[in-house]
Design a protein around this ligand. Structure first.
Ligand code: DGJ
Length: 749
C-alpha cells in the first residue's frame, strides 16, 4: 500500500512502514523504515530537528540548522554538503560533479516497471511510487522507484537517470538504493569466500567510516555476495540484495554524527556511461526488507520474494528432478559406453535426470581446448547428441547437458576464426585463465552465433536441463563494438548482453530447466535467478564445508535455488571421509543430485542411495519449497528445518566427531504450535560397522517440542568405526520427520 499526502510518502507492507517527506527546501528526506505504522498521526515527530554543527554547510540561510551532511537523504548527491558516500555522480561540463536534486513530482501506479532486463515480477498487490527529482541548474533528472511487495515485506528500489541537457553527460555512479538509518551501533553480515568456500557468513561491528563489500570480477563473484544484513542488539534487521549479475558495490558508512548509510548498486569501478541528450539510464533493481525479529525472519521474507517474484517460468513452483552428473564420476575421461553404464545404475537407483558435463564437444579432451566449438565429438558420441540422448531417455531418464557459452578456448576453431570476438585491449595480450578468454557478449554477432549453436544443441539433444557454466572472470576490459561509447560501459553491456541471450533461450526453450554455474558459485545472484531457477552452489561437496556454504547461501536464497550433490568419499576437494547418509542429509536441503561413479559403489551404499531418493521424492516439496530455519545448539551442533503446511523435515548436524562424549542433543522445534501435537520419526541411517541406527517414532506436545525438546541418542562415538574414518574425522547427521498428529488416539499409550 502506498499513500502520498502533504509531501509525506508512506510505503506499507504487511509488517513494515517506510516514510519519506519533501522538505520545504524541496529535498527528499527519509524519516524511518521499521515496524508497520497503521496511523501516521504525529509523523512530524520523526522529522530531523535542527542542530548546531560547526564546519558543516547548511541548506540555506532560512534553514541554518539543517545540515545535508547530517540529514537522512533518500538519494544523496555529491558536493552539496553531504560528505558521506553519494548515490549518484554525473559528470558534466568540464568535469563538474555537483548536483542538487529536488522533488518535482510523484505518481503511484499499479504493478511496476519492467524495463531492466533482469527484473522482479509484480504480484496482484504490487504498487510502485515514482518520485521525480531534478537539478535546478541543469536538467539532469532522476526518477526514484519504490515497488512494494506487501505479502513478503520487501521493497524494491531502482533509479532512472535522464539527460535533459543539450550536451552529453557521463554517469560515474548510479546506486539502485540508498538508505539512511538514524542510528549507529549496527553489525554488518556479509557473505564472503572464494572458489569451493563460497558465501560464508561474516559478522563485524560497524564503526565510524565506510565498509565496502563489492565485486570487481566482472560477475557478482564468490568473493563477496551482494547480499548483506545490518543487525542491532534489539534484533532489528535490514536486509539488502541486488538483482544484478555484474560488478556490484555495497557501502555501509557510519557518520561522525551517529547515522548509518547503506548504498547498493553497480560498482563504479570500471564503470562509466555516456548519456547523450534525451537519453536515459536504468539502474538494476535492489531489494530491501526490515524485520524486528532477527535475520532468520528477514531471510524468510527474501526467500518468499525470490520464490514468487524472481524465479519464473515452467519450473518456478515445480519439484526439481534428482540428477546424476558425470563430472566427478569421469571428469574428461568418458566414452558413450561409460556414460550409459552410469545411466543404467542411476535409473536403477531412482534418479530422474542424467547430466552430461564438460568434454562432449569440439576437441575438448581436457580444459585446454574446445570452448566455442559447440558440436559433439564423433569419437565420444558416435551417434551424436541425438543418439546419446535417445539412449538415455530410453532408460527412463531425462537428458541434460553442460555448456559454457560465454567463453572461448585459445585452442578452438572459433578463436582461430574470430580472434576479435574476445574481450581484450588492442596491443595487449589478455590474461588467460583456464586456457580461455571471455567472449564479448556486448556484440550482437557473438550473441547470434551462440544463440544458433546452443539452439541446435538443445534441439538435437532433446534437452530437458542445461547447466550453464562460466569459469573465469573478466580482465583487460575492451570492446571494439561500435555501439560502445566509453570502455567503462563494457562490463555492464556484457551483463545486458548475457541477459539478452539467456532471455531469448529461455523463451525459445520454455520447458528446459536451466541451472547457473560459475566454477561452482561464482555468480549466485538474483539476476541469474530471473533466467535460471537454480544455481550450482559450490564445487565443494564435502559435508563439513557444505554446512557453512549452504547455511550462508540460505541466508538469502531459498532451497529450491540451491543445487546440492552427494559426491564420493573421500571428497575430491577436501579429501575428507564421510558417510553417505551424512552427505545426503546436507544435500537434501537443496535440489538433490548425485555426482560420483555409481558403478563403483558397494551394495550397502547403493541401498542407502535408493532409500535416500525414495525419502527425498516423498518429502521433496517440503525440502525444496519449505520455510527454512536453523538452530545452533553449540559450535559443533545444530538443527536445520524445512517446513511446509503441517510437516517439517529436520536434520541434526554434528560437524565434527567428538569421541565418547555421551552428549545428547535435544531436538527442539521452534516452529511448533504449543496447542498442537506432533509425531517425530527418526529416519533410518546406516553407520559402517554399526549397522542401522535406532529408529523411533514418538508423539510430543507442541510445548515439549518447542520449549524443551526431545532428548536424542548421542551421535556415534567412534566405537566400531573404521580407523580410517576416525583418523580423518566424520560428520554425524540424522534426519527426522515432524508431522502434526491429527489422530488424537495415536498419542495415547
Ligand atoms: C566448473 C563447475 O563448477 C563444475 O561443476 C564442472 O562443470 C566443471 N566446471 C567442468 O569444467
Amino acid at each position: 500500500m502506498i499513500s502520498v499526502s502533504n509531501g509525506l510518502f508512506h510505503l506499507r507492507t504487511e509488517h513494515t512502514s517506510y516514510l519519506m517527506r519533501t522538505t520545504d527546501t524541496g529535498h527528499l528526506v527519509h524519516l524511518s523504515y521499521g515496524a508497520a505504522i497503521h496511523d501516521t498521526t504525529g509523523w512530524e515527530l520523526l522529522e530531523e530537528k535542527g542542530a548546531v554543527l560547526s564546519t558543516v554547510p547548511y541548506w540555506d540561510e532560512e534553514h541554518e540548522h539543517l545540515y545535508p551532511g547530517n540529514m537522512l537523504q533518500e538519494y544523496p548527491t555529491p558536493d552539496r554538503g553531504d560528505a558521506r558516500p553519494p548515490a549518484i555522480a554525473v559528470e558534466y561540463g568540464s568535469g563538474s560533479l555537483t548536483l542538487d536534486l529536488k522533488v518535482i513530482g510523484s505518481r503511484v501506479m499499479k504493478g511496476k516497471d519492467l524495463s531492466f532486463p533482469a527484473h522482479a515480477l509484480p504480484y496482484d498487490s504490487t504498487e510502485t511510487l515514482e518520485i521525480e527529482l531534478s537539478d535546478r541548474l541543469l536538467p539532469i533528472m532522476v526518477t526514484l522507484r519504490y515497488t512494494v511487495y506487501p505479502e513478503c515485506d520487501v521493497i524494491l528500489r531502482s533509479a532512472r537517470i535522464a539527460n535533459g541537457t543539450g550536451n552529453p553527460v557521463i554517469i560515474r555512479e548510479a546506486a539502485s538504493l540508498s538508505l539512511d538509518i538514524p542510528s549507529d551501533g549496527w553489525k554488518l553480515h556479509s557473505f564472503d569466500g572464494a572458489w569451493a568456500r563460497e558465501r560464508h557468513e561474516n559478522v563485524r561491528p560497524l564503526l565510524p567510516g565506510t565498509v565496502v563489500i563489492d565485486s570487481r570480477l566482472g560477475c557478482s563473484g564468490n568473493e563477496h555476495n551482494p547480499l548483506i544484513y545490518l543487525e542491532n542488539e534489539r534484533g532489528e534487521v535490514y536486509g539488502f540484495n541486488l538483482i544484478y549479475s555484474g560488478n556490484h558495490r555495497e557501502t555501509v558508512s557510519v557518520s561522525p554524527f551517529g547515522r548509518t548509510r547503506v548504498t547498493q548498486g553497480i560498482n563504479p569501478f570500471l564503470f562509466s556511461w555516456k548519456l547523450m541528450p534525451g537519453e536515459s539510464f536504468e539502474t538494476p533493481e535492489a531489494i530491501m526488507t526490515y524485520s524486528g525479529d532477527g535475520i532468520e525472519s528477514a531471510a524468510q521474507s527474501f526467500h518468499s520474494f525470490i520464490r514468487t517474484s524472481i524465479v519464473r517460468g515452467f519450473w518456478k513452483d515445480r519439484e526439481r528432478p534428482v540428477l546424476i552428473n558425470n563430472w566427478e564420476a569421469t571428469y574428461f575421461d568418458f566414452t558413450e559406453e561409460r556414460l550409459l553404464e552410469l545411466a543404467d545404475e542411476a535409473a536403477a537407483l531412482g534418479i530422474e535426470l542424467f547430466v552430461l558435463d564438460d568434454g562432449w564437444f569440439g576437441h575438448r579432451r581436457d580444459d585446454r581446448r574446445g570452448l566455442g566449438d559447440w558440436w559433439p565429438q564423433p569419437e565420444r558420441l558416435p551417434d551424436g547428441l541425438e543418439g546419446l540422448s535417445e539412449k538415455i531417455r530410453s532408460r527412463g531418464l531425462l537428458f541434460g547437458i553442460w555448456v559454457e557459452p560465454e567463453m572461448i578456448s585459445i585452442d578452438s576453431d572459433l578463436y582461430r576464426q574470430h580472434p576479435d570476438w574476445v574481450i581484450a585491449q588492442p596491443g595487449r595480450d589478455p590474461l588467460p585463465c583456464r586456457h580461455q578468454f571471455v567472449l564479448d557478449l556486448s556484440r550482437t554477432e557473438v550473441r547470434e552465433y551462440l544463440f544458433r549453436c546452443l539452439s541446435e544443441v538443445f534441439e538435437k539433444g532433446s534437452v530437458s536441463y542445461v547447466k550453464w557454466d562460466m569459469n573465469r572472470t573478466i580482465t583487460d576490459t575492451f570492446s571494439s563494438d561500435s555501439s560502445v561509447r566509453l570502455q567503462g560501459e563494457v562490463q555492464h553491456r556484457y551483463i545486458l548482453g548475457l541477459y539478452d541471450l539467456m532471455g531469448r533461450l529461455a523463451e525459445a526453450f520454455p520447458g528446459i530447466l536451466f541451472e547457473g554455474c560459475a566454477s561452482g558459485g561464482n555468480r549466485y545472484d538474483l539476476g541469474m535467478l530471473c533466467f535460471m531457477p537454480q544455481i550450482w552452489t559450490s564445487d565443494n561437496t564435502d559435508v563439513h564445508d557444505r554446512v557453512g556454504i549452504e547455511e550462508g547461501t540460505l541466508r538469502g536464497y531459498p532451497q529450491s535455488t540451491m543445487g546440492a550433490h552427494v559426491s564420493a568419499s573421500p571428497g575430491h576437494q577436501s579429501m575428507r571421509v564421510s558417510r553417505i547418509d551424512s552427505r545426503f542429509a546436507v544435500a537434501a536441503f537443496g535440489v538433490l543430485g548425485y555426482e560420483l561413479d555409481l558403478t563403483k559403489l558397494d551394495d550397502e551404499d547403493k541401498e542407502a542411495i535408493k532409500r535416500q531418493i525414495c525419502f527425498y521424492k516423498k518429502y521433496r516439496k517440503i525440502l525444496q519449497q519449505g520455510r527454512f530455519s536453523s538452530l545452533h545448539v553449540s559450535r559443533n551442533q545444530r538443527f536445520w528445518y524445512s517446513s511446509l503446511g503441517s510437516t517439517a523435515i529436520a536434520v541434526e548436524i554434528q560437524t565434527l566427531n567428538e569421541v565418547h562424549t555421551g552428549r545428547c542433543d535435544r531436538l527442539v522445534y521452534p516452529d511448533a504450535y504449543e496447542s498442537k501435537r506432533y509425531r517425530v520419526t527418526a529416519v533410518r541411517e546406516s553407520i559402517p560397522g554399526l549397522g542401522m541406527s535406532e529408529e523411533f517414532s514418538v508423539c510430543a506436545s507442541g510445548t515439549i517440542l518447542r520449549k524443551y525438546g526431545i532428548a536424542l541418542a548421542p551421535q556415534f562415538t567412534g566405537n566400531g568405526v573404521s580407523a580410517e574414518t576416525r583418523v580423518l574425522g566424520d560428520f554425524g547427521s540424522r534426519m527426522y520427520i515432524i508431522e502434526e498428529e491429527k489422530d488424537e488416539g495415536a498419542c495415547i499409550r
